[in-house]
Design a protein around this ligand. Structure first.
Ligand code: MN
Length: 281
């Protein structure tokens, strides 16, 4: 097998979004505008309510999926079609915005730790105007695979050991794993060679080889883009590691971004703004 080396390692960029939520923008910033089909990755992690309490009041989306994964804290969401609920710790909300929703995402807490991620995954032109859809699973509904001392929460996709994540999206065939590695332990897993893939280090230290075969140390908050190959090999550092391993099929289509809309052309983005202003979401 050919190991997918670390092609590059980048850090997040401090940003503020919504009504003033402090976060680190990891994908969707100058160092990494996108990693087709992944359009954006935000990481939020704070126990200061001033960093998150304002939340994300009502705003629209069209043309892609938003994937919210919470490690700590609770987020309430409600959309204009009457769909609402609370994402609890360890829970995932995989929202296919499709032709459009307007929703609010607000912290369901006034203090304490809020930690999680929002990933945006593109949809192909053929499905950008599909009906909105939710795939929501609590911590208890997400399978946990254990390999010796390695723990893998399988949110989307299948592992080589046969664990199947509950989220299904045939358009991009995403893999979304939350992996906890003990110090010095190696995790190896085949990955679809044609798929884009990255690791994001949630905590600890992670070791992986770069293209020259030299071991590289990744630190908390860094994202590593995986080069071509058919297997990923990662090793926990001295303090172990917790990481997200995410992969998906690139769409290879033109991308036109306009804030909360991601379409194929600028004209389609203008149409999205017009439809939103006209109340047609
Ligand atoms: Mn949103």
């Amino acid at each position: 097998m050919a190991t997918r080396a670390l092609a590059s390692v980048i850090g997040g960029q401090p940003a503020s979004d919504g009504a003033g939520v402090r976060l680190a923008r990891v994908i969707g910033q100058p160092a990494l505008m996108q990693l087709d089909p992944f359009l954006l990755l935000d990481a939020f992690h704070s126990d200061d309510p001033n960093d998150y309490i304002a939340g994300f009041p009502p705003h629209p989306h069209r043309g892609f999926e938003t994937v919210t994964y919470l490690l700590h804290g609770r987020m309430r969401h409600a959309d204009n079609a009457g769909h609402e609920g609370v994402i609890e710790p360890g829970g995932i909300q995989w929202m296919t915005a499709g032709r459009g929703i307007v929703h609010a995402e607000m912290p369901q807490q006034e203090d304490g730790l809020l930690q999680g991620f929002q990933l945006w995954i593109n949809l192909p032109a053929s499905h950008k105007l599909a009906p909105p859809r939710y795939q929501e699973y609590s911590r208890d509904q997400i399978p946990l695979e254990t390999r010796d001392s390695t723990h893998i929460r399988v949110i989307a996709g299948n592992t080589s050991r046969g664990t199947r994540g509950p989220v299904v999206q045939p358009l991009t065939e995403p893999l979304y794993l939350d992996i906890t590695l003990a110090p010095g332990v190696t995790f190896a897993e085949p990955l679809e060679p044609a798929h884009s893939a990255f690791v994001y280090l949630v905590a600890g230290e992670l070791l992986a080889d770069d293209a020259a075969g030299d071991e590289t140390v990744m630190r908390t908050g860094q994202l590593g883009i995986l080069a071509s190959g058919d297997e990923v090999r990662l090793r926990g550092g001295d303090a172990g590691a917790r990481l997200l391993l995410v992969a998906g099929r690139p769409l290879g289509e033109p991308i036109a971004r306009g804030g909360p809309f991601v379409m194929n052309t600028e004209a389609e983005v203008r149409q999205a703004f017009a439809d939103y202003r006209a109340g047609n979401f």
